[in-house]
Write a new protein. Structure first.
Lengths: 337, 456
């Protein structure tokens, strides 16, 4: 029995909690991509840079607060700086819309052209970020690092295996739950949310029934900016902030959005967790887990790892390709918000 | 090939820029940029053929370049005999097993009719088959990687002249493109962009981590060259005679024989490196012209006309009896193969293969900017885009440094803002690329040299 609990703890510590954290970050990112896709109708390659930009502004404000000795005690100061980051990200989104995307929307350009345009935006934002903070990794989490250390857990329960709980992980999961609840409540219950869904479903019909398109676009960027900044900051808080990493994050995010069914917000969230868990589960070495579960003579000699961790990144794409082959519209049939 | 006014202007701008750089920064710099420009132009033509002719998007440029690079290694590197000895049989067994697995899956899909049975049977066959293959495969690769890991640790290549790899690289990339195209070409264009981008990441990560094949992140250095080495040139008589003859007027003015010899030696060292670069440039230029010639021929042929028809209106082309899926696949493979040729040339020029150097920003998105800026659907436009964008990619740094110094000249030389800006000079090139792309897409969406509309 003890062995069984030990095995579960191993799995919790190395697979489930990291998976939930990473999945939350992906889900928030994928939700942002989905919003742009469903309402503005293009694949936004600049989303990763939007996340990075939000995280950067948050970091700058964190530094400012730290220099003024303003903090939140055991919580990271970044939480205090987050609203400013969100504001800046929204402004960036709105500016990019006003000066770049709006023209192509009124021209009714094909989605590919808009995707190309978003690559241009990606380059510009990328350059701005690099010019401001360079390319070095930045660690900006402060406050209490662990809620529960592995050792404490061992002493507390008397088990062989420890369970470490980083505060950044708990914060990520809590904020994600709050934000997702709010977003879905907004979409389903408020009048604005309903008008956005109508707009995404059928633009002409929505315009006929008196929905103001500019307002819908404005609200979309509010939501996208918030989601992007929070996702970027949480990712930076959990790992460490590195401007180049966000470009690589765009691909798993797209994969999540498509796997879940692009255009469907619920699908995006589920897709995020699917991608995160498969990345971690396929590359995790289960040796320790099986050591507890199997009798001694059956113990595995190898690592029991499906793929080496080097291929972490490739996993999300393999899943994407498989999903597109078997069920091209994604797990939850997408297209409408 | 008759050029119109714009095209002549474009060509003369390119020539003028290189001569300018030659006089300001030296001919060596100019040739280095020129070589990369030509390679970029070939990559751009590859993308342009699939995107400009047929509207098939290809964001997998990075992966195809890497396949070309792999070809350069596998063709030119001497085989590591010991590695073949310890691991060859294991690899052979796993390869045979893989083929057996694929045939088994093929026949199961063909013969069994009930769908649920088919899925279960196929799933279990693939699962157990892969476990068995893994056993042999990992055993073999572990042994191969243990062979002299500091120098070899991989199978090596075929020990042929590296210039063959340019063709082989095309076939490698085309083969990968065939598989990708079979899987993904039915998708809508922006999905296809994301999927090809992702698959190219998979290709690169395989090259990075399969050390038995490509040495992975340990890189392969010291590849052969298709051109002479500087050291050999510096001692060969004909080369010394040639340098003396070229600089005879300058040398004749110097009377002191010691000093004359000194200057001649310096000249020989300089011109040997220049000569090597010039050789590369001539080789690359030949390839570029050949590809350009055939690309143009293909574009004005009935086949090219069909491609345009498919691009402009898929439904009506289909109604005319054109097999769209097949033609899309063909053009995707051709475009990728040309990119693969460029990839092999890139590795040939560098003389080393570094899988971790393949990054999407540098090798996919920049190439796309070249295509868009140059003019999709026009081969000269593609070449022009490749030249101009690569040229500015390199020359932005000195120009930015100059501009920053100019604008901050009022500030103190130790001013924090000024120092920070000077530190971030390399990042201004991204800013410029983004701005150029946005401006072109807004004000000249067909590119600088647009496609010619032919009414024939």
């Amino acid at each position: 029995m003890i062995d069984f609990i030990n095995a579960i703890v191993v799995l919790l510590n190395f697979v489930i909690i990291p998976g939930l954290t990473y999945g939350s970050q992906l889900a928030l990112g994928a939700l942002g991509v989905t919003f742009v896709y469903a309402i503005l109708r293009f694949a936004n390659f600049a989303h990763g840079e939007l996340m990075s930009f939000g995280a950067m502004i948050t970091i700058l404000f964190t530094w400012f607060f730290q220099s003024q000795n303003i903090g939140l005690g055991i919580l990271p100061t970044a939480l205090l700086a987050l609203p400013f980051g969100i504001l800046a990200t929204i402004v960036l989104g709105l500016l990019s819309d006003k000066f770049v995307f709006k023209y192509y929307r009124t021209q009714k350009s094909v989605p590919v052209v808009l995707a190309m345009v978003s690559i241009g935006v990606m380059f510009v934002v990328n350059a701005i970020i690099r010019i401001i903070v360079g390319t070095e990794a930045i660690k900006f989490s402060d406050g209490q690092k662990f809620i529960m250390k592995a050792k404490q857990f061992k002493v507390m329960t008397g088990l062989n295996e420890g369970l470490a709980l980083k505060s950044s992980q708990v914060i990520t999961i809590l904020i994600t739950i709050a934000l997702l609840t709010f977003t879905f409540w907004f979409l389903q219950k408020t009048k604005t949310g309903k008008s956005m869904r109508a707009f995404s479903d059928n633009e002409d019909l929505a315009l006929l029934s008196g929905i103001n398109p500019d307002r819908v676009v404005f609200i979309t960027w509010l939501i996208v900016g918030t989601l992007a900044c929070v996702a970027g900051t949480l990712y930076g808080l959990d790992k460490s902030y590195k401007p180049i990493i966000y470009l690589n994050l765009v691909l798993p995010i797209f994969a999540s959005a498509i796997v879940g069914g692009i255009g469907s917000p619920f699908g995006a969230v589920v897709g995020g967790y699917v991608i995160a868990f498969s990345e971690i589960m396929v590359t995790y070495a289960y040796k320790k887990f099986f050591k507890y579960l199997l009798p001694e003579n059956l113990e595995p000699s190898s690592l029991v790892q499906l793929l080496s961790t080097d291929y972490k990144f490739a996993v999300s794409f393999t899943i994407l390709v498989i999903v597109l082959l078997i069920r091209p519209s994604g797990i939850f049939r997408g297209k409408v918000l | 090939m008759r050029f119109d006014k714009y095209e002549w202007i474009a060509i003369s701008i390119m020539v003028f820029l290189f001569i300018l750089v030659g006089f300001i920064q030296g001919w060596s710099v100019s040739l280095v940029i020129l070589n990369m420009c030509i390679i970029s132009a070939i990559m751009t033509m590859g993308v342009n053929i699939s995107w400009g002719y047929a509207g098939v998007i290809n964001f997998g440029v990075m992966g195809f370049l890497a396949m070309g690079g792999l070809a350069a290694v596998l063709v030119s590197y001497p085989p590591v005999k010991e590695a073949w000895h310890v691991g060859g049989s294991g690899l052979g067994i796993s390869f045979v097993l893989l083929i057996a697995l694929v045939t088994a899956v093929y026949f199961i899909t063909k013969l069994i009719e009930k769908k649920s049975h088919k899925y279960w049977l196929n799933g279990s066959v693939i699962f157990f088959g892969l476990i068995i293959i893994r056993y042999f495969f990992l055993n073999a690769t572990d042994r191969i990687e243990e062979v002299d890991p500091a120098l070899a640790g991989f199978l090596g290549g075929a020990n042929l002249p590296i210039i063959f790899s340019w063709v082989v690289g095309g076939f490698f990339a085309g083969g990968v493109a065939f598989v990708i195209g079979k899987v993904a070409l039915g998708l809508r264009s922006d999905y296809l962009a994301i999927v090809t981008l992702g698959i190219s990441e998979i290709v690169v990560s395989v090259l990075k981590h399969e050390e038995w094949l490509s040495r992975g992140v340990k890189n392969v250095i010291g590849l052969k060259r298709p051109v002479p080495y500087e050291i050999n040139l510096q001692v060969s008589d004909w080369f010394i005679t040639m340098v003396t003859w070229f600089n005879s007027s300058k040398l004749n003015q110097i009377i002191d024989p010691d000093q004359k010899q000194q200057i001649l030696n310096n000249l020989i060292i300089d011109s040997s490196s220049l000569f090597v670069k010039l050789n590369y440039a001539i080789l690359f230029f030949t390839v570029m012209i050949v590809i350009y010639y055939f690309a143009n021929k293909a574009q004005i042929s009935p086949w090219g006309r069909m491609m345009r028809a498919i691009r402009d209106n898929e439904v009506s082309a289909n109604a005319m009896g054109k097999d769209i899926v097949k033609q899309h696949l063909i053009i995707f493979v051709i475009g990728a193969a040309i990119v693969g040729v460029a990839g092999a040339m890139l590795v040939t020029l560098d003389g080393l293969f570094t899988p971790s150097g393949y990054r999407p920003l540098r090798f996919t998105f920049i190439i796309w900017i070249m295509v868009i800026v140059g003019g999709s659907g026009n081969n000269l436009g593609a070449i022009f885009g490749g030249f101009v964008i690569w040229f500015s990619w390199i020359e932005v740094a000195p120009i930015t440094t100059f501009l920053i110094n100019l604008f901050t000249s009022g500030l103190d030389s130790q001013n924090a803002i000024r120092l920070h800006l000077l530190d971030s000079v390399p990042y201004f090139r991204y800013l410029l690329m983004g701005m150029v792309l946005l401006l072109i897409l807004r004000y000249r969406p067909k590119g600088i040299i647009p496609e010619k509309i032919r009414h024939s």
